[in-house]
Design a protein around this ligand. Structure first.
Ligand SMILES: *[C@@H]1O[C@H](CO)[C@@H](O)[C@H](O)[C@H]1NC(C)=O
Length: 329
């Protein structure tokens, strides 16, 4: 047990402090080690070690210029490009130290190229709303939580009017690509308050839950005039932190009665075009119902017979098997 603090101390002293994001990657570390060890001359090894260490300082300084963090995807891209450059370098190098310096500088440029793209656009893509995500700290090589506050200072990202007609379908979509980066498993909470939008100031108690879902969008089929109202989408986690909020103001226009969609009639209209009376409905219904009942009775009778035949067959087979077993014993 007393070994433990000693070992920790040992680890703390010998873990290189010069980490940068490319160096955080295991494949890159192994590749550099392998490169140094493949040099037969020990003095040359020491020299290469110095060059790669110096190169890593350059990586870290570059990371620091760009907030000192990177996400998994960007690190993966930078690493893949650096690995393939390094591969080519090892195949073509004449072993001169200036070439080693160059390839480390090349690595720094690759890292910078990806960070230039990632930091301004990729790190905090939320134009409105709160993003809490995971990124790698380029100094400690550990993942940490990174908070991108809403640039507008609030999670409420606006109102969208939706003008519909009775019978229309409305699709309410609350999705933005950065929602996928959110930590935890936030869900979309849809709720609504009935009534013509914007007529009165709505209180929290006016809203009724519509649905809570992983899906960002909901579909309202066959809108009725009574479904007119203020629809709200909140993206929030289990403890109620709201990351994103939008409101859809749905107004539904009633269709004028004369253009109302025709009601489908059953049974089909008579050829002589006289409207169906109650009596003619009855006249049609009685034979229809009797036919259906007769068909049902016949079907269940048939089913009962079939079941009995199957059961008999199974019994017979069981018996045969038993006999067979006994004769074998
Ligand atoms: C919800 O988000 C807040 C803010 O990031 C966080 O403090 C809290 O732990 C989260 N809750 C869950 C259940 O993830």
């Amino acid at each position: 047990m007393e070994m433990l603090p000693l070992m920790l101390l040992f680890l703390l002293c010998f873990v290189p402090q010069l980490r940068a994001c490319l160096q955080c990657d295991r494949t890159v570390r192994l590749m550099l080690e392998d490169y140094i060890l493949s040099e037969p001359n020990v003095l040359k090894q020491i020299e290469l070690q110095k060059i790669t260490d110096q190169g890593l300082v350059g990586f870290r300084e570059t990371s620091d210029q760009y907030k000192g963090v990177i996400d998994f995807t960007t690190l993966y891209r930078a690493k893949t490009e650096f690995l393939s450059e390094f591969d080519r370098f090892r195949k073509t190098t004449t072993g001169s130290t200036s070439e080693a310096i160059q390839i480390m500088e090349k690595g720094r440029e690759i890292l910078e190229k990806y960070l230039i793209l990632f930091i301004p656009d990729g790190l905090c893509p939320n134009k409105c709303g709160l993003l809490v995500r995971r990124v790698m700290d380029c100094t400690s090589c550990l993942y940490k939580t990174y908070i991108c506050p809403s640039p507008t200072g609030q999670q409420d990202c606006g109102e969208f009017p939706v003008n519909a007609e009775e019978g229309d379908q409305a699709v309410l979509d609350c999705f933005l690509p950065w929602h996928r980066l959110l930590l935890g498993k936030p869900e979309y909470h849809y709720s609504w308050a009935a009534g013509v939008p914007k007529i009165k100031k709505l209180e929290e108690s006016d809203f009724r839950v519509l649905v809570v879902t992983d899906e960002a969008s909901v579909v309202l089929n066959q809108l009725h005039v009574e479904e007119e109202g203020t629809y709200r989408c909140l993206l929030q986690n289990q403890t109620g932190t709201v990351f994103y909020k939008v409101t859809f103001l749905i107004s539904v226009r009633a269709l004028p009665t004369q253009t109302q969609k025709p009601v489908i009639t059953f049974p089909p209209l008579h050829l002589d075009n006289t409207p169906l009376t109650m009596q003619s409905y009855d006249a049609l219904l009685v034979p229809l119902i009797s036919t259906v009942i007769a068909a049902c009775l016949a079907a269940s009778l048939g089913l009962a017979i079939l079941l009995r035949v199957i059961r008999k067959d199974q019994k017979r087979k069981g018996k045969e098997e038993e006999d067979l077993m006994q004769s074998l014993l």
